[in-house]
Ligand binder design. Structure first.
Ligand code: GTP
Ligand code: MG
Length: 628
């Protein structure tokens, strides 16, 4: 007589219930291969907004959030980095495994698992099911991207699959919300469980692959055919000659648009700040507070906020590249160039995201398995032109470089200058990488494996949410760090009081600090006012704009001239170039220093990096001043 429980033919026998830990909220892990839609699902279940993008390796750290069940109970969900197996190689995979096994400090050991697989790539993704099911936790197999599977004429029999693996299966689309009821049922412990199944013990990858193929076949899985245009696009983007040319054209197009399209918006915001600043100055009775707000804060912070359109346009382009699936293709063609300096294609994705901000880029290096490659990538990431440099570049270029058409009007001199600064940062990064990788950080070459995501049309809502998030980050910086620096600066400009009045700027505390720095920066063509800006820009790069805005705003001689004109009066063209080069190279960012310390586990690398970048910035600025 057969054991009833072992027979898959008997149908559902029990509920897939998550054991309730006494007094604690149960924790459920969301795990799966990279880019299978785990974070999309996590966001939908928790209502949070963790980063989602269309390339593998977006999540590099666990994130937790609460999901409220229909009966009011709460569950903790843990979104994890993607893994192909439970034999971790890179740091992000190690984190995923440590959370699953309860070894990660500060994170509850999960009592159940949502295993998220991409249903359009099931043959490969099912390989992960064996080791996860072997953990023995209640598991729901979530076959995600149901919409894609259907649209591309693939299919799968979920009941047969459930019987084959002895765990419940749900076919869902995390993006559209289709099929989510099954997941809520599972979380609420109301989902029927198929008969348990004795799974084979699989020792190695070939065995796992064979098992996955067999299970897929039993479940009548038919993989969707990739659409013809996918192949055509790949042939173009991955072409050894056309690929890099297309990439360059994309970059040039992005830079041009940032400069040209943002200008009218900048002017609009500038006007708003001027009108409102005048209103404050004329409406309120004269007082120290009014002066602080009108001259100090409004002019300073306003001169930074003016550049919001540029920064948003940049993030819009990064968003389109990431969501469309093009980024992974660019990484593949970059692999060859990267190999020349001893780095691997995997470093490309963090480096590209450093064009937004170095902090998430340094976190993203966790996907790089080779430790030395990872350190080298961390060390060069802050050379990439981050969005905080963009306002500084835009201001100085607009002030010092007249706009003239170049190359049959495809380009202007201002676009070329901005592109040149991006190239300068890039060259510094690559030469540094080459020097590091051929000396202290030498290592063998790791094969570059990156699963190509499907091409997807970026949705308006996802792009809109990204821009909203970026605007918040930008405005928060302006409203906290920069505002605080402005207040301190304003006070420093008013002390020490002379006969009860603020001293002349030169004799104020701020002026004295600038003067103290002047001998050091005079060889770079910069005066003490720029010196004050350099000091404050240590907190955050764009603070220099606010500082100069405030300094010139309070200076009776330059007050009416506007920031650009005031700068032209104070800096020679050589000095302006020196300042641009200084900003291209220097590591003026506390957050980056802190994150490098955390990720490299000590002070050695961040101190080395800060000193090296500072020395290069000084030398580069010196040369630029002499040349122009
Ligand atoms: N068509 C379709 N796309 C989806 C679905 N779920 C997620 N995506 C897309 O798949 C891509 C990857 O989504 P993520 O949620 O970032 O994937 P992830 O598994 O968290 O990826 P990593 O953190 O890199 O491991 C994004 O472009 C999503 O918009 C879905 O149900 N249907
Ligand atoms: Mg993710």
């Amino acid at each position: 007589m057969s054991q009833c429980g072992d027979c898959p033919g008997c149908g559902p026998t029990a509920l897939a219930e998550i054991p309730a830990a006494p007094g604690l909220v149960s924790a459920v892990a969301v795990i799966g291969p990279p880019n299978s839609g785990k974070t999309t699902l996590f966001n939908r279940l928790t209502g949070l907004r963790q980063k989602v993008a269309n390339f593998p390796g977006v999540t590099v750290e666990q994130h937790t959030g609460m999901a409220e069940l229909p009966d009011g109970r709460e569950l903790q969900l843990i979104d994890l980095p993607g893994v192909y197996s439970l034999n971790p190689r890179s740091e992000d995979e190690q984190i995923a495994r440590a959370v699953l096994t309860g070894e990660r400090t500060g994170v509850a050991k999960p009592e159940a698992v949502l295993l998220v697989l991409d249903s359009t790539n099931l043959n490969r993704h099912l390989m992960l099911a064996a080791p996860i099911l072997a953990l023995g936790l209640p598991t729901l197999l979530v076959l995600n991207m149901a919409d894609d599977l259907r649209n591309r004429h693939g299919k799968v029999d979920t009941e047969k699959l459930a019987a084959e693996i002895g765990a419940p299966v749900a076919l869902v689309s995390a993006r559209s919300g289709e099929g989510m009821e099954a997941i809520w049922d599972f979380l609420a412990g109301a989902m029927l469980k198929p008969a348990p199944k004795q799974l084979p013990i699989l020792q190695d990858v070939p065995q796992c692959r064979e098992w996955a193929g067999k299970v897929g076949a039993e479940a009548r899985y038919r993989a969707p055919v990739p659409p013809a245009w996918t192949r055509r696009l790949d042939a173009m983007f991955l072409h050894p000659v056309a690929g890099p040319i297309i990439f360059l054209l994309v970059v040039v197009g992005v830079i041009r648009t940032i400069f040209e399209a943002a200008a009218p918006l900048n002017a609009g915001i500038d006007w708003l700040f001027q009108v409102s600043g005048n209103w404050i100055a004329t409406t309120f009775p004269p007082s120290i507070l009014r002066d602080l707000v009108a001259d100090g804060i409004w002019k300073g912070v306003g001169s930074v906020i003016v550049f919001l359109p540029q920064v948003l346009l940049l993030f819009l382009f990064i968003g389109i590249l990431e969501d469309s699936g093009y980024l992974a293709r660019a990484a593949l063609i970059a692999d060859r160039t990267m190999a020349r300096v001893g780095l691997q294609g995997k470093s490309f994705i963090p480096l590209l995201s450093a064009y937004g901000c170095a902090v998430p880029a340094i976190l993203a290096t966790r996907t790089i398995e080779n430790k030395r490659d990872r350190i080298a990538t961390i060390l060069i990431a802050p050379f990439m032109t981050c969005s905080a440099r963009l306002p500084v570049y835009a201001l100085l270029i607009a002030a010092f470089i007249p706009s003239r058409p170049l190359l049959w009007r495809l380009f202007t001199t201002q676009d070329a200058a901005l592109l040149g600064l991006y190239v300068l940062g890039f060259l510094a990064a690559f030469l540094t990488a080459w020097a590091l990788k051929s000396s202290v950080l030498k290592s063998g070459r790791t094969p570059f494996l990156l699963e190509m995501p499907a091409y997807r049309l970026p949705t308006l809502s996802s792009l809109g949410l990204r821009l909203l998030d970026r605007s918040k980050v930008f405005l928060r910086r302006a409203g906290t760090v920069i505002l605080l620096v402005m207040v301190v600066l304003w006070v420093a400009q008013h002390l020490p009081l002379e006969h009860g009045h603020a001293p002349a700027m030169e004799h104020s505390v701020a002026g004295m600090a600038g003067h103290a720095l002047e001998p050091l920066i005079k060889p770079l063509g910069m005066n003490w006012k720029i010196g004050i800006g350099l000091i404050t820009s240590l907190a955050a790069r764009e603070t220099i704009i606010a500082t100069l805005g405030e300094i010139y705003g309070m200076d009776k001689k330059t007050q009416r001239a506007g920031l650009e004109a005031a700068l032209r009066r104070d800096l020679s063209i050589g000095g302006a170039f020196a300042l641009l080069v200084f900003f291209a190279f220097a590591m003026q960012c506390f957050s980056t220093i802190a994150v490098v310390r955390r990720e490299t586990g000590g002070w050695k690398w961040p101190i080395l990096q800060f000193t090296y970048m500072g020395a290069l910035a000084y030398a580069g600025a010196f040369v630029a001043y002499r040349l122009f």
